[in-house]
Design a protein around this ligand. Structure first.
Ligand code: RAM
Length: 896
């Protein structure tokens, strides 16, 4: 069964433009951000032009600050840059800056950014929140009699805070807010902003991000009521496996911090921070936990608690808990948002329970509507990814995560409830307690803008891409996690690095990973250089693992290649070096056998076991290589030479130790060959033999893969680079175990953690670890974009200055297409077997790029572009004519 879900996060079209038109203006990788905290933010734009060969020659940026005053005029800057670092008058905190970019001979576009706290001494706020262990307890509401499970027994009630202030008439009101915990901000009876699970998860010991809200419209002219709900979240709630033991990892109870900044017509400001004048209580939200779920008792509603006139005399004065503000940092990434509602595809009754099927495995929660319930009716929502054979909810794979929400009805004709401080990974919801209910799924994730789309003629491959995109969204929840459902949801570093190339094609993840890399650097062992297996660092005993720790070099380098922002290398080079030095220090023989941490090998590979020393040493070579390249970009020639030399010696050690004279790699597994070939560790003369061994292994197994997390992404690229695209396609189209198609045949709407998540022989895989929503094996996505549709860049090109379009016509495909927003603008390709031996290839190249296009053909003389003999030919390969083109749209035809 192929279950096609519309994947309607489609890529918006760039503007139609006769001449160079800037669009998609960003500041520090974000669109119209509030709370920018750097003094020299990077401003960037893309360009659209319908004119062939167009390239920008000069640009000019002007920035106007408070009161409309000119803050910066860059003047005309010659060159093809599509970004500029702010270079004007010192920025002022909490102010709006309007900016405009103009391109010589082209158009102009405007955007804005809004600053946060630019100087640490401008904070006027304290952390507030009762300490339940030392402060008098809040009076429990009398009708709070709901029984709890052992897992929820310890969960405290979230707190409600409020403060009413009388501001002089203000022209603008902003609020900077954060929590050690999770918060939801309210202003004058309204929720402020649309971020979820704010402030997000970071390494709270070192960085607690704050968000800034412009609440001018909500503020009005009268008194201003600022309210907040505060819950445990990652700070003090269940975290990782064995949720209860891991609870209170960062702190024992949550705290809130906020600063209101009102601006008046005369330019003066009123600043009010959280302090002992705020008031605090508990309310209808009886507990809220990311893993366990929420319980809301609507009978205890605090109606109007966030309005100025509310009587809060029974609330306690807030306790000032702490005044350490040194950990506060501006938010640098998009918040989590609810981006899509899913209407159930089926609602059934099972054993007196209602089972709702959303038709799609998501991360998020539901909106529940209850009609005609008596006061005190308890409605329970349980979440699961699958159904048991008899049609009940399957929850064994959630381990200790209860993923259960309870709603106690107020008893009005119709009432609506939506949890806010929990997130579940689920496709099915079981509703008990009341029959007249309606449920809508609410998908939420870090709201990274769509950057690419891929399609093709094969329904199963389209579903594969849909599954990949969903697993990306479902697991990009503030940090890149492994899974959204069980008691884990951690930032496993290998998962992130293997999936990163795919993630970059799907979405603009520049800000998202910039944030995560800051946590990676915080997490790295300061003395030794070991990188933990999960970031943020919460499993202290696991670190230094091959392929996991190497995220320290792979992630910054790949971000640099894709986005062309060398600042990521500047920030990361010391960390990259320390990681490589750490491995070298413990492995002076340059074969990585010692200090291998938890060594998971080629995690969850099927049927075989790749030699661990081979895998480790290949990653060591890769990390040394990337560190050398980063040093070269930054002009550090000494470091470049040192790491390039190291890479060379690791390569020699690898060849000596693992490559036999007949081209066999120790262990003789697909992943062993893939790693060695992809990272150029096979001596040139033995490459054909090594490829032959890889191919022989695949053929011997009836064209079945055995790869796990580390090898899987390399199948397509390595096989097709060595003339075996047919095999790569065979694996892509396969639907026998183990393959992507096998899960899709079974109705998968997300990528499974393990090839054997469910099999005919055994049914569900091991309950100890069996997620149906894990992106690692979805790392094949990069090959769909970069291989099948052929959208990539030349070796050495950065930021897609020199794109390479090299489609891979083959398999069962009649056509394939992909489009991608490069830093320069839109890059796209579509190939199609048009019948009668004709191939059509249309491509779009962004302004300023010089692209190499490989036009597939069996007859070089047949190649035409827009009906004319093709020009700009720079070479021929066995099956393509290679030509160079500048920006614009081109339509090629050729014999095939
Ligand atoms: C499990 C998950 C995760 C992986 C680790 C090693 O927790 O599969 O994705 O990285 O193991």
């Amino acid at each position: 069964m192929v279950n096609i879900m519309p994947d309607d996060w489609s890529l918006p079209e760039p503007p139609a433009a006769a001449a160079l038109q800037p669009y998609d203006l960003r500041c520090e990788h974000l669109r119209t951000p509030l709370g920018i905290g750097t003094p020299t933010p990077r401003l960037a734009w893309r360009l659209a032009s319908d004119r062939r060969g167009d390239a920008p020659a000069a640009h000019r940026v002007t920035v106007h600050g408070p009161g409309g005053a000119l803050a910066w005029d860059s003047g005309w800057i010659d060159g093809q840059d599509v970004s500029a670092d702010y270079g004007g008058a010192p920025l002022v905190s909490f102010a709006r800056y309007d900016w405009r970019v103009e391109v010589r001979g082209g158009g102009s576009a405007r955007s804005w950014f809004d600053t946060g706290v630019l100087h640490a001494d401008e904070w006027r706020a304290a952390w507030i929140g009762h300490d339940p262990e030392t402060d008098p307890p809040f009076e429990p509401p009398t009708d709070d009699r709901e029984p709890r499970t052992p897992r929820t027994a310890h969960l405290p009630a979230p707190r409600y805070f409020r403060r009413v202030v009388d501001l002089r008439p203000a022209t603008a009101v902003r609020i900077a807010v954060t929590a050690r915990g999770l918060y939801e901000l309210h202003v004058n009876g309204h929720r402020a902003g649309d971020g979820e699970l704010t402030p997000g998860w970071t390494d709270y010991r070192r960085r607690v991000p704050y968000q800034v809200y412009d609440v001018t419209d909500l503020a009005g002219d009268g008194p201003l009521c600022v309210g907040a709900v505060l819950a445990d979240g990652w700070w003090s709630g269940s975290l990782g496996w064995d949720g209860r033991q891991q609870a209170q990892r960062y702190g024992r109870h949550p705290q809130l911090l906020a600063q209101i900044v009102a601006e008046h017509a005369d330019g003066s400001r009123t600043v009010i921070g959280t302090d002992g004048r705020w008031r605090e209580t508990i309310g209808p939200l009886r507990y809220a936990d990311l893993l366990m779920g929420e319980r809301y008792d609507a009978r205890l509603d605090l109606g109007g608690w966030d309005l100025p006139g509310f009587d809060d005399s029974s609330w306690a004065p807030a306790r000032v808990a702490d005044t350490d503000l040194s950990v506060l940092v501006p938010s640098v990434a998009e918040p989590v948002r609810v981006t899509r509602d899913l209407v159930p595809v089926e609602v059934r009754s099972h054993d007196g329970r209602t089972i709702v099927d959303l038709g799609q495995n998501i991360a998020g929660r539901v909106r529940l509507t209850v009609r005609g319930a008596a006061p005190g009716t308890r409605v329970t929502l349980r979440h699961g990814e699958a159904l048991t054979d008899d049609g009940g909810l399957y929850t064994a794979n959630l381990r200790s995560a209860e993923a259960t929400d309870h709603y106690v009805a107020a008893g009005v004709a119709e009432e609506t409830y939506e949890p806010r401080f929990t997130v579940h990974g689920f496709r099915y919801v079981e509703v008990t307690g009341h029959a007249d209910v309606a449920v809508v799924g609410r998908a939420m994730h870090s709201d990274t803008p769509v950057a690419g789309e891929f399609s093709c003629s094969d329904a199963m491959v389209r579903q594969l891409m849909s599954n990949i995109r969903w697993s990306q969204r479902d697991n990009f929840v503030s940090v890149p996690t492994d899974c959204p459902q069980r008691d884990e949801r951690l930032g496993w570093t290998a998962d992130a690095q293997v999936f990163l190339p795919t993630a970059c094609y799907n979405a603009d993840v520049a800000a998202f990973f910039t944030n995560w890399l800051a946590d990676l650097r915080c997490a790295q062992d300061a003395a030794g250089g070991a990188v933990p297996d999960v970031v943020p660092h919460v499993i202290t005993e696991r670190h230094g693992t091959p392929a996991w720790g190497d995220a320290a070099t792979i992630v910054p380098w790949h971000l640099y290649e894709v986005y062309g922002d060398e600042r990521v290398l500047r920030d990361s080079l010391p960390s990259m070096r320390r990681w490589v030095d750490h491995v070298e220090r413990h492995n002076p023989g340059l074969v990585w056998r010692d200090k291998v941490g938890s060594h998971y090998g080629d995690w969850l590979q099927a049927d075989v076991r790749t030699d661990r020393d081979v895998l480790a040493t290949a990653y060591f070579a890769l990390s040394a290589d990337l560190t050398a390249r980063a040093a070269a970009v930054l002009g550090d020639t000494e470091a470049r030479d040192r790491y390039a030399g190291l890479r060379k010696r690791i390569g020699e050690a690898f060849a000596r130790e693992f490559v036999s004279p007949d081209g066999r790699i120790t262990g003789d597994t697909q992943t062993g060959y893939l790693l060695a070939l992809a990272h150029r560790l096979v001596p040139a003369g033995l490459v054909p033999a090594a490829v032959a061994h890889l191919v022989a292994d695949l053929e011997r197994r009836g064209r079945r893969l055995t790869t796990g997390f580390a090898g899987v992404a390399l199948l397509g690229p390595v096989l097709s680079a060595h003339g075996h695209a047919d095999l790569a396609y065979a694996l892509l189209h396969d639907d026998r175990y183990p393959s992507w198609g096998y899960s899709i045949k079974r109705g998968a709407t997300t990528i499974w953690e393990r090839w054997d998540g469910w099999t005919e022989e055994t049914g569900f895989g091991p309950v100890a670890m069996n997620s149906f929503n894990h992106y690692a094996l979805g790392s094949v996505g990069a090959w769909l974009y970069g291989g099948v549709a052929g959208l990539g860049q030349e070796e050495g090109s950065v930021g897609f200055r020199r794109p390479r379009i090299r489609p891979l016509v083959g398999g069962a495909l009649r056509w394939a297409s992909a489009a991608y927003e490069t830093p320069l603008g839109r890059l796209a390709s579509r190939w199609e077997l048009a019948g009668r031996g004709e191939l059509r290839l249309s491509v779009q190249i962004p302004p300023g790029a010089l692209a190499t296009v490989h036009v597939p053909t069996t007859d070089p003389s047949s190649v035409r572009e827009s009906g004319e003999p093709v020009s700009g030919v720079v070479g021929r390969t066995g099956s393509a004519v290679v030509c160079q083109v500048g920006s614009g749209r081109y339509s090629f035809t050729s014999a095939w």
